[in-house]
Design a protein around this ligand. Structure first.
Ligand code: KIV
Length: 272
């Protein structure tokens, strides 16, 4: 049997489920603007997540809670204009879906209509099941998110690994089954023990995409700025740095500053 992987011209929610059935790992990265999204898309990454981590890495907030629906739509619109192939999933921000299913649907419709995104992501399990049902009924694909759910940081009190205790692990497993049964097309598992994540991935037919959830799941996601090494102070164990852009950019800025101050830039060839 051939081991060649199918080439997806355009990644859809169905392609992701097919990838899981074909044992093909799914790659996902965040992006929040046109220029970065274009590079990520052209690099062949399957899914671009317009994450509410924009609240941290783009706006400098301590948590994901302050970012608004309008701001998420602004970020997502730029990303959508950049892509040819990747599936674009947008986080429903804190406060845009927790109060009732009608509000959750209204927020999702705004994201789909005003940005052109392909799907939404929501944090939580049984607590938000009526909202998930309502959104799915309108034809909007939903990605779930369990484990460390940063919108609940003030309930957890810390960004440490979740579901290490039996009771929380059991609730996570039953929430994963529920999200599959409701019709979510994929699930993000954040910062949970690798063994538990693998068990969840093996128990459901929809893809499980992990961040700090080990290698036994169906795909991986990282925050773009973290994997590019733009912040040397953020060093969780799960993070692999693929570049040291902070150093590269700092060197460029320092050199530019020097060249301007000394009059070296612009040269004769760099003027009209
Ligand atoms: O907002 C985000 O970037 C996320 C990922 C960490 C999964 O939700």
């Amino acid at each position: 049997m051939s081991t060649a992987k199918k080439q997806y011209k355009r990644v859809t929610v169905k392609s992701l489920v097919d990838m899981k059935s074909n044992n093909e790992k799914i790659s996902m990265l965040t992006a929040y603007d046109y220029t970065m999204a274009k590079i990520v898309d052209q690099a062949g990454v399957d899914v671009i997540l317009v994450g509410d981590s924009a609240s941290n890495v783009m706006a400098g907030h301590e948590t994901t809670l302050p970012i608004t629906l309008d701001q998420m739509i602004y970020h997502a619109s730029g990303v959508i204009r950049a892509i040819d192939r990747s599936l674009v999933v947008v986080d429903l921000p804190f406060g845009s879906y927790q109060s009732d299913p009608k509000e959750a649907l209204r927020s999702s419709i705004r994201i789909m209509k005003e940005s052109g995104a392909h799907a939404v992501k929501m944090e939580g399990g049984s607590e938000i099941k009526d909202s998930i049902k309502r959104i799915l009924k309108a034809g909007i694909p939903v990605m779930g998110h369990l484990g460390l759910t940063p919108q609940s940081i003030y309930k957890f009190g810390t960004y440490t690994v979740r579901a290490k205790e039996e009771a929380e692990a059991e609730k996570l497993k039953s929430d994963a089954l529920l999200l599959e049964r409701l019709g979510c097309f994929a699930l993000v598992l954040e910062k949970v023990p690798a063994k538990l994540a693998q068990e969840v991935a093996e128990s459901i037919s929809i893809p499980v995409i992990g961040i700090g959830a080990g290698n036994g799941v169906d795909g991986q996601v990282l925050v773009l700025h973290d994997m590019l090494g733009m912040d040397h102070e953020f060093n969780p164990r799960f993070l692999r740095r693929y570049a040291d852009l902070k150093t590269i950019m700092t060197e460029a800025f320092v050199q530019y500053n020097k060249d301007v101050k000394t009059g070296d830039f612009p040269s004769e060839n760099e003027q009209y």
